[in-house]
Design a protein. Sequence first.
Length: 209
Amino acid sequence: MLEERWTELADVKDELAKRDWFMGTSGNLAIKVSDHPLRFLVTASGKDKRKRTAEDFLLVDEFGHAVEETHLKPSAETLLHVEIYRKTNACCSLHVHTIDNNVISEVYGDNGEVTFKGQELIKAFDKWEEEAVLKIPIIRNYAHIPTLAHAFSEHVSGDTGAVLIRNHGITVWGRNAFEAKKILEASEFLFRYQLRLLEHKPYQLFKVV
Ligand SMILES: CSC[C@@H](O)[C@@H](O)C(=O)COP(=O)(O)O
Ligand SMILES: [Zn+2]
């Protein structure tokens, strides 16, 4: 089980790396290994997530603490992943910093959310109705991680979801690695689309959907 999950997460990490979504040492990923007790693999802190090594992940508990003695440190943002597994049935959570998600979070940050409507890729969020509306919350970026995790937690519900952290990045979750990656890719598509649209129709910025 542990090995399977490790490989699954390492494969997703490689795919996101191919898209160049791990600038600097940014980004962190997690995958659930067991429910009772809660155990999940999370990326080790401060690493270049574009590299694949035997020390990429470590197993942590429901507090985000390493389960075994190790020189590795869990991701600085492990508490956000803890909130996801504490509050939902999600099994995988992904966090990336991209230029697009940062710009979107700044442009729409004062609204506390960004809204999408009439875009086919909204279906990736399991919204199949004709005029589906997708709202992605945008929270403030706190340097103090327990405070950030608390603010983040208010928007964590449902087994799939996404939250933007202003001028920082996005964290998404899904029932498995495939679904979390789908949500992440769809979000980044929508952000790029919205930014391109604003170049051509700047008034869209002020339109309330
Ligand atoms: C130096 S990059 C940004 C980090 O502060 C953080 O936001 C991040 O995404 C990666 O931190 P990490 O502790 O490696 O999981
Ligand atoms: Zn981050």
